[in-house]
Design a binder for this molecule. Structure first.
Ligand code: GLP
Length: 243
């Protein structure tokens, strides 16, 4: 795992955007794995600016998101479909149908999960996977558990995650309690992983991911077994790391 520390959020976002732009300049038929959350918003803004400036184009690219809540409509202001449209897709030039966000209406979740894994596989897997990390060490919605889950699945959100996500909802009751999420298979098979973390509230999770045991109770720790991971941090998120 390569670790890079930047002075602030802007510098971290800029560096992540440069990495993706460089890959896209080598091969614009790229399959991107995308994340939601506050962390990658700066990265998406930088990529959108580069696209507007004509430096990169997503016309031959496609994308697969990590996860989506279960139990709120697709057009809910806090759904990950809405998040991706508002923060990224509507600002860049992906062709229609090239962006994918998992979805289940809850009627046949197993069918929806299998279909998503098959779609990613049919696309040839992910070239660059963008990740954030939850305060409890989760990636996508792979929450701390007794074992790692390989396939796309329905996850029941951890108390800490519900608490963290409640800032986007009017009340705790409105925060979805489950989600459809890719498992570790899609993430670990990605050719390259870029994981971002900023802010002091991520310092413990970052410390455990980097220095702790590799175990499903710290889902992000599995990334230490991936051959091509870059961890981009701001100084606050990096402050507990050993020199
Ligand atoms: C959510 C998402 C994760 C994301 C995490 C951190 O739970 N499912 O993919 O990494 O939140 O979010 P933030 O970047 O807002 O801290």
């Amino acid at each position: 795992m390569e670790i890079k520390v930047y002075k602030d959020y802007q510098a971290m976002s800029e560096a992540a955007a440069e990495m993706i732009k460089n890959e896209m300049k080598q091969d614009n038929h790229i399959v991107l794995g995308l994340a939601t959350g506050s962390t990658p918003i700066g990265l998406y803004q930088k990529l959108a600016e580069s696209c507007a400036a004509g430096e990169i184009s997503f016309q031959h690219a496609s994308s697969y998101n990590l996860d989506e809540y279960v139990g709120i409509p697709m057009d809910h202001p806090e759904s990950y479909h809405t998040f991706m449209n508002e923060n990224f897709f509507k600002h860049v030039d992906f062709p229609k149908g090239a962006t994918h966000v998992p979805w289940t209406d809850g009627v046949n979740p197993e069918v929806d999960c299998r279909a998503y894994d098959e779609a990613v596989q049919k696309a040839g897997g992910i070239d660059i996977q963008v990740l954030g990390i939850g305060g409890n060490g989760h990636i996508a919605f792979n929450e701390p558990d007794e074992s790692f889950t390989e396939e796309t699945h329905i996850a029941y959100l951890d108390e800490r995650t519900i608490q963290d996500n409640s800032r986007f909802f009017d009340s705790m009751e409105q925060v979805p309690k489950s989600a459809i999420t890719v498992g570790m298979g899609v993430i670990m098979k990605a050719r390259r992983v870029i994981i971002l973390a900023n802010g002091a509230n991520k310092a413990d999770a970052v410390y455990k991911m980097v220095h702790g045991q590799i175990k499903p109770q710290v889902p992000a720790s599995i990334l230490r077994l991936h051959p091509n991971v870059t961890l981009l941090l701001d100084e606050d998120a990096a402050r507990k790391l050993k020199k």
